[in-house]
Design a binder for this molecule. Structure first.
Ligand code: CTP
Length: 403
């Protein structure tokens, strides 16, 4: 599928550099030509010999090499590939890219290239969260640089959090999508994600513990398989993924309006991962509710929100071919979720057990049971990114692609 394509792979310096060796293998097995470039720091973590042996290509390391300049100059090198991939992309490399610094071969190639660039960042969690890195990432996103990961989890430095290099298979999928070969190419998929906030008065609101992490991971996984993703998100605590069309909303009513708008040009699938508030205030007030002298408590009146999943599942001829809901349950997960599938009229329900002791709501892992017309299928507990990839692959299968 990716046969004959060519990738310029820049390997930065980081403990995760060994994963780039696995990536080279995956790419070569798929018939992709890999031209490796190792930074000086990268060469401290993987040996030039293993990189060039696996790639079956000469390794490029130095900016000024008379032989190289005679054979293939660095400008040409930066343009010969179909895609430039930086894995691992260190904080230092990202900073150079964001500022246009070109003081070694890797950074010069990145400045000289006219090809799409995919970065797979990897660094310590503090370095990742540092405002300087976040500023650089925002700049790179604005410059049209594609990004995969980082994942969240235990890190080699002993800390925990975002900063771990995406898995080679995940980077491979992102590459496949960018080369225009993903199994979901040409498919338009809607994903709702995050909580909704329902105002009580101008300063207070009803919310829930959803972080938006699972919906975000699903959107990223679908995009990595080549789907055009319409991502409609409530006020989530994780940023939306790159490579998707983002619409930010606050309330369930706004989410439904955004969904209806996105559906105007037809959807192949809808994945409702949002934790939509079931109720909102019956009356909107523009004044803050005050305490009373007598100590009387406010009598809040609620009304039910529109059920977005049910609405989509009952669209008739405009209904997407595949409608997937989530079920957050605390008891009798499979039975409740199976009933929910029928009640909502959706095709699949991804059920998860959100009892507090599972740590799933707001956590970075998920343990799900997929409920379809064929029955219930329990998946092993895994990182939300892994659950997302598995679900995206199933969606690709159901829509007729091959993951
Ligand atoms: N959902 C929705 N709109 C709503 C409520 C829920 O689209 N107003 C969707 C969610 O995105 C999810 C599914 O419905 O895909 C199930 O959400 P859940 O909160 O588990 O179910 P509820 O319908 O709220 O049922 P209950 O709270 O009674 O379990």
């Amino acid at each position: 599928m990716m046969q004959g394509k060519s990738i310029l792979l820049i390997i930065g310096g980081g403990i995760a550099a060994y994963k780039s060796l696995l990536l080279i293998r995956l790419l070569r097995e798929a018939g992709v030509k890999v031209r490796p470039v190792l930074t000086k720091a990268g060469a401290e973590f993987v040996t030039p010999l293993s990189v060039s042996a696996l790639a079956g290509e000469k390794l490029n390391e130095a900016l000024f090499d008379l032989n190289d300049e005679a054979e293939m100059g660095h400008i040409q090198l930066s343009r010969a590939a179909d895609l430039v991939v930086v894995a691992p992309a260190t904080a230092d490399l990202l900073a150079k890219m964001a500022h246009g610094i070109a003081n070694d071969l890797a950074s010069t190639l990145l400045l000289a290239t006219d090809k799409p660039v995919l970065i797979a960042p990897a660094m310590n969690v503090r370095m990742w969260l540092h405002p300087a890195t976040q500023r650089n990432l925002a700049q790179l996103a604005a410059d049209g640089i594609q990004r995969i990961g980082p994942d969240e989890g235990d890190m080699a430095c002993g800390e925990f959090g975002p900063g771990r290099l995406a898995e080679p298979a995940e980077i491979f999928s992102a590459i496949a999508a960018l080369l225009g070969n993903g199994p979901l190419k040409g498919k338009r998929i809607l994903v709702t994600s995050g909580p909704t906030h329902e105002p009580i008065d101008p300063v207070r609101y009803i919310a829930n513990r959803s972080s938006g992490a699972q919906g975000t991971a699903i959107a990223a996984a679908l995009a990595a398989l080549g789907a055009q993703v319409e991502f409609i998100t409530g006020p989530a605590s994780v940023p939306p993924p790159l490579g998707v069309n983002v619409v930010k909303v606050e309330t369930a009513a706004e989410m439904l309006a955004a969904v209806e708008n996105a559906a105007k040009i037809g959807l192949d699938a809808a994945i409702c991962a949002a934790a939509v508030a079931d109720w909102r205030m019956a009356e909107q007030t523009s004044s803050k509710i005050k305490k009373t002298e007598s100590g009387a408590l406010p009598a809040l009146q609620f009304t039910e929100n529109p059920d977005i999943l049910k609405t989509i599942a009952n669209w008739g001829k405009n209904r997407p071919r595949l409608v997937v809901g989530f079920a957050a349950e605390t008891d009798d997960v499979v039975r409740n979720a199976s009933e929910k599938r029928l009640r909502k009229g959706c095709d699949w329900i991804v059920a998860n057990d959100v009892r507090p002791e599972t740590g799933i709501m707001g956590g970075d892992e998920n343990a799900v049971t997929l409920i379809t017309a064929a029955g219930a299928e329990t998946w092993p507990r895994a990182a939300k990114a892994e659950v997302a990839r598995r679900l995206a692959a199933r969606i690709a299968d159901a829509l007729g692609g091959q993951a």
